[in-house]
Ligand binder design. Structure first.
Ligand code: SF4
Ligand code: SF4
Length: 297
């Protein structure tokens, strides 16, 4: 086992990913504040984590303008829980004038009224709005120990409200249970969605990152889990999402959504500051490479 943060030597020796083109911009619009405190959260979000604060609409607008000037094509919003942000719906309305948007939520704040408003925002926009709802098991028995007591039913209630309003959310599932990504597990998730009346269920499976709360849950990186130049595929590192994206928080611009708690992940105050290669020195980069991770939908 090793310290997860890279040393200066590791940074100097690690391979570098070029920014091919800035296509995708993420916003940590909910900061690190969440109405849950999931045991596997790689950002360790919780009701009391103020490492990153929520972003204001004015801050988001400044970055949307800069992003448009740089040719960004799509936008993602995450947290913490984005719908704790009182300006979240206004932020989505404004963003959808720039390009397609996806919001990642735990689903607990998706009551009927908000779901109808989101459907209205989507209907009125030129670009598409996607909602991703996180869940960690296809039953309360498998989900609730990770996300909290009673959350399975509350998440599905949010999904049902979105569906009734005419949206088709993506269910986002981690590999916190081995069977979640198996053919059997996927079919169980699809069954859950079909029972809610969703004809074309959508599912995204993500690996765990053993950092943040997940590292305290019991798993951790081993010292060999670091990328070396010899690991580079023949066509380079372009499969990594950091070759085409950046992450904005209330404190500036980070390389990606995964390293927002890493001081070494901060690249600058504006997007223009970050148009350069980034060292793949963090152990989490190994996970991205080996599992082919993309946080995009
Ligand atoms: S995994 Fe998502 S819902 Fe859970 S604590 Fe982290 S940000 Fe909140
Ligand atoms: S954690 Fe993943 S997305 Fe972030 S810099 Fe490393 S490889 Fe890129």
């Amino acid at each position: 086992m090793s310290s997860v943060s890279p040393t200066a030597d590791q940074e100097a020796q690690s391979p570098r990913v070029e920014l091919r083109h800035l296509d995708t911009l993420w916003f940590q619009v909910g900061g690190t504040l969440c109405n849950l405190a999931c045991t596997h959260c790689f950002v360790s979000c919780s009701p009391t984590n103020h490492t990153h604060e929520m972003m204001r609409l004015e801050e988001v607008l400044t970055f949307l303008d800069e992003a448009a000037s740089l040719g960004v094509k799509e936008y993602y919003f995450t947290g913490g829980e984005p719908f704790l942000n009182p300006e979240m719906e206004a932020i989505l309305e404004h963003t959808l004038a720039y390009g397609p948007a996806t919001v990642l939520t735990n689903g607990l704040l998706l009551d009927r009224t908000r779901s109808r408003r989101l459907a209205g925002i989507a209907e009125a926009a030129d670009y598409s709005l996607d909602v991703r709802v996180s869940i960690d098991g296809y039953s309360a028995e498998s989900n609730d120990p990770i996300r909290g007591s009673g959350t399975f039913d509350r998440i599905l209630s949010g999904v049902a409200n979105l569906t009734a309003a005419g949206l088709n959310p993506v269910l986002t599932v981690t590999e916190v249970h081995d069977e979640n990504s198996s053919a059997y597990g996927k079919e169980r998730f699809f069954s859950v969605l079909r029972r809610l009346g969703i004809d074309k269920p959508r599912l995204k499976i993500l690996p765990l990152f053993p950092i943040g709360a997940e590292a305290e849950r019991g798993t951790a990186y081993e010292s060999w889990q670091r990328l070396r130049s010899s690991d580079a595929p023949a066509d380079g590192w372009d499969h990594l999402q950091c070759s085409t994206s950046r992450m904005v928080t209330d404190q500036g611009v980070w390389v990606c959504p995964i390293l927002v708690n890493e001081p070494s992940g901060k690249m600058g105050a504006t997007l223009a500051d970050t148009l350069r290669p980034f060292p793949l020195a963090h152990a989490a980069c190994w996970t991205c490479h080996v599992y082919g991770v993309s946080c995009r939908t």
